[in-house]
Write a protein that binds this ligand. Structure first.
Ligand code: CMC
Length: 388
């Protein structure tokens, strides 16, 4: 069996080779397929970025149109899947609803489960991209007790999702272009991040030759944790509590530094970035712009900025190289758009989906891939006899 390396949390272990996303954590650099994240954020769209991540190159205008059209064709859910949502309690968190519905998709599309059949992989790719926003919107509608909305395929990807989430069947829904543009930007910024916890989960499950739906469903579960995607909800709850209690931010930060009750500054720190997360820089600016455009003056934004200011000047954070990560300011934008905090991590999942798919596909076609199977250092009892 050879020498086993002990690497808790895989801090120094590369589990695969990948040509999709490049991160330099010391410099704060992030590129998808070689393109700097800031350029994509400014010039591209989420659907185009999805194509780039999955197929390796930016699409030509014709390729993009074809890709958008094929996604449009698959936005509806099977009617029987609608019934599925009714089985959950009204106060169910939308993340497990999302992951359950994604695994359930595999039962409706048994014709596209073979991970090694290129045509089947293409169709399940498009089905997932098209249906996840519909599922997400239905999970939201279920939680607020409002009627489900069918997709409207005359709209763009993001507009359609906004209408299914916030619209009503009885009246036309007018998409706010500021909100649509901001959400598209946030989806781009979340679209991939190399071998993070959920993506590694998607790869690990897929390495056993599990189908794309089941692999992505597992990734959604991993994302739900507060140390990963769940942090965006946790940040807003943290800011909300500080606002309501009127607690002095300095006193709160002392608690964080003393690790009192295990409290962490949510939305801060990153396994790879030991510098400002380039996504957080873009999002911080977007938060200012969007709140202003929407005419909102959220006191939580000031609290967040105040906490950041304290942190960046404090030895505890400086020594540990802890900076705001992607989740620190996103919740404030989602809130301004009208999303309740339970939906924040669902939004992260919609954004991350093309990355999961691209990584799963890359793994499936990599001849070096093996089933993921870490080793351990056994610390239990030596052999002993069952009592007579
Ligand atoms: N607040 C206070 N202390 C922190 C924080 C934080 N947010 N993050 C790390 N530390 C401390 C930690 O206590 C440790 O200190 P010490 O050396 O004294 O034991 C040191 O910094 C190193 O932290 P770590 O936990 O060993 O680092 P990690 O790479 O294992 O964890 C992390 C990375 C993101 C899980 C962690 O920074 C964290 O829990 N942050 C808060 C949750 C969060 O914002 N998560 C979102 C991550 S980014 C996007 C995403 O994946 O969703």
């Amino acid at each position: 069996t050879g020498l086993v390396t002990y690497d808790v949390g895989f801090v120094n272990t590369a589990s695969c080779k990948s040509a999709i996303t490049y991160i330099d954590g010391d410099e704060g650099i992030l590129r998808y397929r070689g393109y700097p994240i800031a350029e994509l954020a400014e010039k591209s769209t989420f659907v185009e970025v999805s194509y780039l991540l999955i197929y390796g190159e930016l699409p030509t205008p014709e390729e993009l149109t074809r890709f958008e059209d094929s996604i449009r064709r698959h936005t509806m859910l099977h009617e029987d899947l609608r019934a599925f949502f009714n089985g959950f309690p009204r106060d169910a968190h939308p993340m497990p609803v999302l992951s359950s519905a994604v695994s359930a998709l595999g039962t409706f599309y048994q014709d596209s489960l073979d991970p090694f059949d290129q045509e089947q992989v293409e169709i399940s790719t498009v089905r997932l991209l098209a249906k996840l926003p519909t599922i997400a919107a239905m999970a939201h509608k279920k939680s607020v007790g409002q009627p489900y909305m069918y997709p409207d395929n005359s709209l763009s990807f993001v507009e359609n999702f906004l209408r299914m989430t916030f619209g009503y069947p009885v009246e036309p829904y007018e998409v706010d272009p500021t909100v649509a543009k901001a959400l598209d930007l946030l989806f781009i910024l979340h679209a991939d991040h190399e071998q993070n916890c959920s993506t590694s989960t998607v790869r690990l499950v897929g390495s056993a030759h599990a189908n794309l739906f089941n692999s992505v469903s597992a990734g959604i579960h991993a994302l739900s944790g507060p140390l990963h995607g769940g942090a965006n909800q946790a940040v807003l709850e943290m800011l909300g509590k500080l606002h309501e209690s009127g607690e002095d931010p300095k006193a709160f930060m002392d608690k964080v530094k003393n690790k009192q009750d295990g409290v962490r500054l949510m939305g801060f720190g990153h396994r790879v970035y030991k510098n400002y997360d380039p996504r957080a820089a873009i999002i911080k600016k977007a938060a200012d712009d969007i709140l202003e455009k929407l005419g909102q003056n959220d006191p939580l934004l000031e609290i967040a900025k105040g906490l950041e200011e304290i942190a960046l000047a404090d030895d505890y954070f400086v020594e540990r190289r802890l900076y705001p990560n992607v989740d620190f300011y996103t919740g404030l934008i989602y809130k301004a758009m009208g999303f309740e905090s339970k939906m924040f991590t669902v939004l992260f999942a919609i954004g991350r989906l093309p990355g999961w798919i691209a990584q799963w596909r890359e793994m499936m076609t990599d001849p070096e891939t093996k089933i993921g199977r870490p080793r351990q250092i056994y610390t239990g009892e030596a052999e002993r006899s069952y009592p007579a």
